[in-house]
Design a protein around this ligand. Structure first.
Ligand code: M6R
Length: 350
């Protein structure tokens, strides 16, 4: 089942361009989008969207918040499911809830859904398993069509969740760009990057043996930094954190030692120079600076360069090198990549 790959995780990372193309074919009918009109109406009628999820799916939710807010102007809040289940924020008068879950079985989300249903709030589950409990019990369900994800570390499901959130946000918007085309450019950009990862592998072999590592980013790159850090610690057991790049100097910089890898994610012109200057600060304290950026923002000496894509879709390409950094770091350290210690694919206890 792993085909030519040594691990499911590597196979699933490489499936990502195909997953995006599959999602396009499932959701676009030429230029019409196949989404239940009653779902669209229900979201349009709401005053605020609440996204609930755990782990990687919560990180996809952070990207979803940006897509929905930018394209619909509706306020969106993202909450960790296990927190929302018992400590609820003050809810808007007419809330709409989006639950994101690869498995559709996460207990923390089931606890949220029990509360939401008993209060008759409208709910949508975005999931890879359309027959799952969360899909069956919500008012609406959208499938992400990633195909079975076997590795415990989620990769292609994250890409698929964001792609479906983009389609949903777009359907709710004025549609003033061609999302179908932009998503297919993302698939191509990921494919181009995956075609040659030797440079990335060499970087990982050289630097990712330390006790700690940090990802930094601003804006939407901060969301990617959180996901990247989760993925690295989950399978390589290197203690990794994702930080808002500007926060480093407010404390974390104290942790920087000689040789600590600090990976800066830069996908936005507005913050390009600020994040670079934050990276410079850690470099002068001994860190190994690594830059992941886009073709249009690159400077001489940058480490990992990705093709440009639509500004709202950059998280889909920026995350891919971070998935591979985790994969190769765990591989070099000799750990069980597809089944990391202490973890299950689906967390069915609260
Ligand atoms: O099935 P779900 O998407 O609800 O699972 C949520 C998390 O348990 C999951 O994303 C977890 O964080 C992954 N192992 C991360 O790679």
């Amino acid at each position: 089942e792993k085909g030519n790959y040594d691990h499911f995780m590597l196979k699933e990372i490489n499936e990502q361009p195909g997953v995006i193309r599959n999602i396009i074919s499932k959701y676009f009918n030429n230029y019409e989008i196949n989404l239940n009109p009653s779902l669209i109406k229900s979201i349009n009628n709401s005053s605020r969207i609440y996204i609930l999820a755990a782990g990687t799916s919560m990180h996809a939710g952070l990207v979803g918040k940006r897509l929905l807010e930018q394209l619909t102007n509706k306020p969106v809040e993202v909450h960790i499911a296990s927190e929302f289940a018992y400590y609820r924020p003050i809810l808007d008068t007419n809330p709409f809830f989006i639950l994101i879950s690869q498995s559709g079985e996460t207990a923390d989300l089931r606890a949220c859904l029990t509360y939401l249903r008993s209060n008759k709030y409208k709910t949508l589950t975005i999931t890879n398993v359309i027959t799952s409990t969360l899909a069956r019990e919500a008012d609406y369900a959208l499938e992400i069509y990633a195909g079975p994800e076997i590795a415990v570390a989620s990769t292609k499901a994250y890409i698929a969740q964001i792609s479906v959130l983009a389609i949903l946000a777009y359907e709710l918007s004025a549609k003033d760009f061609d999302l179908k085309l932009e998503l297919s450019k993302v698939a191509q950009a990921i494919e181009n990057f995956l075609a040659d990862t030797e440079n990335l592998q060499a970087l990982v072999s050289k630097y990712f043996k330390k006790e700690h590592a940090f990802y930094i980013g601003r804006g939407i790159d901060y969301a990617t930094a959180l996901e990247a850090a989760l993925k690295l610690k989950e399978i390589s057991y290197i203690h990794t954190e994702g930080f808002a790049a500007g926060e480093l100097k407010h404390g974390t910089i104290a942790l920087i030692e000689d040789g600590t890898p600090v990976i800066a994610l830069i996908s936005d012109e507005t913050i390009n120079l600020n994040t670079r200057s934050n990276l410079h600060e850690v470099k002068s304290r001994g860190a190994i600076p690594i830059i992941v950026t886009l073709e249009s923002l690159k400077q001489k000496g940058d480490d990992i360069i990705l093709d440009d894509v639509h500004p709202l879709l950059t998280p889909l390409v920026m995350v891919v090198p971070t998935q591979l950094i985790s994969y190769y770091a765990a591989l070099n350290l000799g750990f069980d990549i597809d089944k990391p210690r202490n973890l299950a694919k689906s967390v069915t206890v609260e």
